[in-house]
Every structure is written in C-alpha cells, then in structure tokens.
Design a protein around this ligand. Structure first.
Ligand code: EPZ
Length: 419
C-alpha cells in the first residue's frame, strides 16, 4: 500500500491540462451496452474507477480495447449479471442497471454498500424503473430489475436530499428503449448528465431537457454505435484551482470548461483570488491568505459536494471563520479529523463545519478515507510546515489522473513511496 510524501512550502506556477471527466465517462461507458454496434469514446481518463468499469463491461461480454485516452467497446452478446467482486469496489457500477434493463429487460447488480461519505441507497433508481413497468427484488445482496415490456412513464426522482445523478442516468438510459415517452421530473442537471444525454442522442436516442429538472425521453426501437469525446473533469479542475489558491503564485488550467465551475469560481473570487477565464482555460493568481467564506453544497448548479473537502483545506488558512454546510452527503466529513491533526481548527455542528483560520498548518501523518478527502489532504500538505505523509494513496488513484505528476510539474514536491 503506497503512501504519499508532500513537501510543504513549494510554490506552484505554470499550466496544467485537465483530464476527461470520471463522472461523465463512467455512465457513458455503461451506455455502450445499449447497442450491439461499436462505440468509440475519447478523453477517457486513466483511473482505477474506469478500469473497474471496463472490467465489468468485459465480464458482461463486451469487447473492450483501450489505446491511451480512447476506448472502443462493442457489446455484441451480453450477460445481465455484473460480477460482485468488481462491483463491490465501485459504487458507480450501479449505472449498468439502466442499459442492461433497457436492452435485455433484466439486470442484476450487487447492492452498493455504504461508503465513508455516507449511505448510498438506490431507492430512487428503483422508483424510476418502476415507472417504466419494471419490477425488482433483492436476493443474496443483489438487486435484480426485470420487465416483460418497458413502457414509458413519469417519475419524480428528487429525494429528500435532492436529485440523484446516477439515478437520473440509469432511468434515462433504460427509457431510451422503452415503448412510448418517459418524463423524469426532479432530474439531476449536472454537466455529466448532459454529456450522457448528448452521447445517447448520437446513438439515436430522442432526449430533450437534459440539464434541466425535467427530461423527456421518447423511446426508440434500437440504438446504433457512436463516437464521443467526454467533457473535461470539473472537479479535477476545481481541485487544481484550490491547489493554486493554497500554494500558487499563478496557475493556468487548459482544456477545462469554465461554464461548469460557476459557483466554484465565484467563491474563490469572493475569497480574494484573482481569476480570469476564457473558452477552455482558467487562470488563478494567488495573493496569499483567503478571506473567509460561507458555503452550502447543493446539486448543480450549486456548489458541488465533491469540492467540499478541498475547500475545507483552503479555508483552514483563511483570515477569519468560515462555514460549509453539506446538504448532499451530510456525513461527508472524514477529512476534518485529519486536517485537525495538521493543526486546523474546525468544529463540526451537525452537517456544518465552522473553520477558524490559522496562520499555517503543520505537516503530520494523515489517513485518506475517500477520493476527495485524499485530494484535500494533499492540498493541505502543499503549504504545510514540513513533510505531510498521506496514507492509503489508492483512494486518489480512483479519481485523479496523474495528479502527482501534474502537481510536481507545477512546482510541488510530492513523492510516492511503497510501504
Ligand atoms: C454522483 O454520485 C457522483 N458520482 C458523486 O461523485 C457526487 O458526489 C454525487 O453524484 C452528487 O453530485 C458519480 O457520478 C460516479 P446521488 P451518485 O445519487 O449519483 C441520495 C466523486 O467523488 N440518494 O446524486 O451516487 C444520496 O444518498 C463522487 O466523484 C438517495 O437517497 O449520488 C445522496 O445523499 C462521490 N436515493 C444524494 O441522494 C437514491 O436512490 C445524492 O446522491 C440515490 C441517491
């Protein structure tokens, strides 16, 4: 199990290229199950989560070829049961349910367990499938969804904690091959949902309204192969902006989508950082200590929950007290205790943190618990006094392509050591 040594105090400057979006690539790769014809997907990031998804698709019978960032998939004959030993490693595997149900009228996937960021139910996914005339049952830890005929219907997928991204994806994919029209109310509006809808429409689907809370899908008889380039990863981009804010002088992101980062750019500007953005680039100039912020995480276009941990790291050094209220995953604070080991002064009140800024964090051995917490601890180490040791490095490899190489190319000093 590797660990990461982050040498604090090195300033960052230069240009970094953002990779394709993990959270867009995963459902798009699953959507290739909806056709027997070959699909070609570009800008697929080299991540362990992507590797797991490609393993699942291969296990289901698809031919999978990968050449650097391009993946060619042809799901000619497929099985309908995803393998537990792979699915248990990645909760997003649940997004094969929709395409398998759409194409084969049945699908079996092991129930996603909880994870450190909180419970990960799929009740809203199943509610959407029911609206398509599909039934489900749980047996031996698996969920099986099945239908004699898939018939379009109306479902509201908004839960008590807001819309569901993968639930919207799943129901949208199944509805593409249902008889008649499906309306998803309370749909997730994330850019990754829009990217999936764009890919499905290239395959011959008839989807309107993606990016709004009301998506209309007119079922078709079959879908054909298509080629698509995945959108840039807005969370990777946001993570690098926070790295620049913590340790930068001036950093420019390339091949990113500023329009997907509105809330994050607004907050960093309010914190006092100078930001310039153009078509596919964003430049942040850091002039030291941030002003305190008051943030509430919300579904898109609100402030993303996937940036919450990174902002905790940044605001640990603010010149005042900040608050972050987490409304999407209320327990998503495993990084707080680790930041406190580095000298951060953070109080947790329910699902809100009060962050009292300190002048500088101090290096310490810390433990990563999930993907975004792992990134946050790395960012905190960039400007900490000493060498921060981040354990359980495998978390970050799930969602950030070559993050150490990218940060070191900007001037950081991060080394991975085997233990
Ligand atoms: C997606 O997860 C992302 N993952 C998450 O990113 C992201 O944090 C999340 O959306 C919210 O934006 C991928 O796209 C692969 P949800 P998803 O269904 O779809 C509750 C990362 O770090 N809920 O939108 O699984 C749920 O418990 C990951 O890249 C139900 O109650 O999240 C949560 O509180 C972490 N019932 C809220 O809704 C359901 O059936 C939002 O969950 C489904 C969800």
């Amino acid at each position: 199990m590797d660990k990461m040594l982050v040498h604090g105090g090195h300033r960052l400057s230069g240009t970094v290229r953002v990779s394709g979006s993990k959270n867009s690539a995963l459902p798009i790769l699953a959507a290739t199950l909806l056709t027997r014809e070959p699909c070609v997907i570009h800008h697929v990031p080299d991540l362990s989560d992507i590797h797991y998804m490609l393993q699942i698709l291969s296990h289901l019978g698809a031919q999978v070829e990968r050449a650097s960032g391009t993946v060619r998939i042809q799901a000619d004959h497929i099985l309908t049961t995803a393998p537990y030993d792979i699915v248990r490693k990645m909760r997003a595997s649940v997004c094969v349910l929709g395409p398998l149900l759409g194409r084969e009228k049945e699908a079996t996937v092991s129930l996603p367990g909880g994870c450190v960021i909180g419970d990960r139910p799929i009740d809203l996914h199943l509610k959407g499938f029911e609206a398509l005339n599909a039934a489900h049952r749980v047996e031996q830890g698996n969920v099986k969804v099945f239908a004699g005929r898939l018939i379009g219907g109306t479902a509201n997928l908004r839960g008590k904690l807001g819309p569901t991204v993968l639930g919207t994806d799943n129901v949208m994919m199944a509805a593409c091959l249902a008889e008649g029209t499906t309306i998803i109310e309370g749909a997730a509006a994330e850019p990754e949902v829009v990217d999936l809808a764009n890919f499905l429409n290239k395959m011959g689907a008839k989807i309107e309204g993606a990016g709004t809370e009301r998506i209309i899908i007119e079922g078709v008889r079959q879908l054909h192969g298509a080629e698509h380039a995945v959108i840039p990863d807005r969370i990777e981009a946001g993570t690098f902006l926070v790295a620049a804010a913590i340790a930068g002088s001036e950093v420019t992101l390339r091949r990113c989508a500023p329009e997907h980062l509105g809330c994050v750019l607004d907050q960093l500007t309010t914190a006092g950082f100078h930001i310039e953005s153009a078509a596919d680039r964003i430049t942040l100039r850091s002039n030291g200590t941030p002003s305190p912020l008051h943030i509430t995480t919300e579904p898109y276009p609100g402030f993303p929950t996937d940036m919450q941990a990174q902002m905790c790291a940044l605001l640990s050094r603010a010149n005042g007290t900040s608050t972050i209220a987490e409304t999407v995953f209320p327990q998503r604070f495993m990084h707080v205790s680790e930041l406190k080991r580095m000298g951060a002064e953070i109080e947790l009140e329910g699902s809100t943190v009060l962050i009292h800024g300190v002048s500088r964090l101090s290096a310490a051995p810390v433990m990563a618990s999930d993907l975004r917490a792992s990134a946050a601890l790395r960012l905190a180490g960039l400007d900490a006094d000493g060498i921060t040791e981040v354990n359980r490095v495998y978390h970050i490899d799930r969602g950030y392509e070559s993050i150490d190489e990218k940060l070191n190319a900007l001037g950081a000093q991060i080394e991975r050591v085997k233990v």
